[in-house]
Design a protein around this ligand. Structure first.
Ligand code: ADP
Ligand code: 5GP
Length: 189
């Protein structure tokens, strides 16, 4: 069995990573699964444990790190822990399913080091003003956190050159089509 590809999708919070990836998965045109990652932050309204994230306590998270059960993990926005359990990646790839990680820029750099065969894609916004509008428009991040995320976004945008590909998320359909094209190429090579 040829292992499924590992696809890392990163970019600033609010750029549309989840939207683009979910749209691609929803098309059902490729055998792909999004890894459900773990976080110590509180669920937002509508978010479900085990679907959007594994919502873990800090103690549980650090236990998983100590046991070597995380592929990568990071402290994001200087507050909460986020990380990718190996169980969300290895068994699926071994069965030939492609796995998509929607993670921050630090995590993406770590995965590139650990898995040089991963396809890394940075999703970029048309402008910082549009990024701010999307982040606020989502309406689920408190004002102080919006400011923190925008400051982080500037640093993240400066690192887009580290990725294999940069996809502009201006027109959503165009961004999804571009990501589909990039991922598809990993199934045929
Ligand atoms: P991320 O996962 O990168 O934090 P989301 O997928 O949650 O971002 O998207 C943030 C907000 O931007 C959402 O309200 C989403 O509907 C909106 N959005 C995503 N892509 C586009 C796009 N191409 N044009 C306009 N709005 C978008
Ligand atoms: P949010 O709180 O908006 O859901 O996510 C905040 C940031 O953490 C986003 O950039 C998201 O992609 C990132 N993130 C989510 N899961 C992981 C993970 O498992 N590892 C890392 N490094 N970042 C993650």
């Amino acid at each position: 069995m040829v292992p499924g590809p590992l696809v890392v999708v990163s970019g600033p919070s609010g750029v549309g990573k989840t939207t683009v990836v979910d749209e691609l998965l929803g098309r059902g045109v490729l055998p792909l699964r999004r890894a459900v990652t773990a976080t110590t932050r509180d669920p937002r309204p509508g978010e479900e444990d085990g679907v959007d994230y594994h919502f873990w306590s800090p103690a549980r998270f650090l236990q998983a790190v100590g046991d070597g059960r995380m592929l990568e993990w990071a402290r994001v926005f200087d507050s909460d822990f986020y990380g990718t359990p190996r169980a969300e990646v290895d068994p699926y790839r071994a069965a030939g399913t492609g796995v998509v990680l929607v993670i921050d820029v630090q995590g993406a750099a770590r995965v590139r080091e650990l898995c040089p065969d991963a396809l890394s894609v940075f999703i970029t916004p048309p402008s910082l003003a549009e990024l701010e509008a999307r982040l606020r428009g989502r309406g689920d991040v408190a004002e102080d956190r919006v400011v923190r995320r925008l400051a982080t976004a500037r640093q993240e945008l400066a690192r887009q050159g580290e990725f294999d590909h940069v996809v502009l998320n201006g027109d959503l359909a165009a961004a999804v089509a571009e990501l589909e094209r990039l991922v598809r190429s990993r199934f045929t090579t």
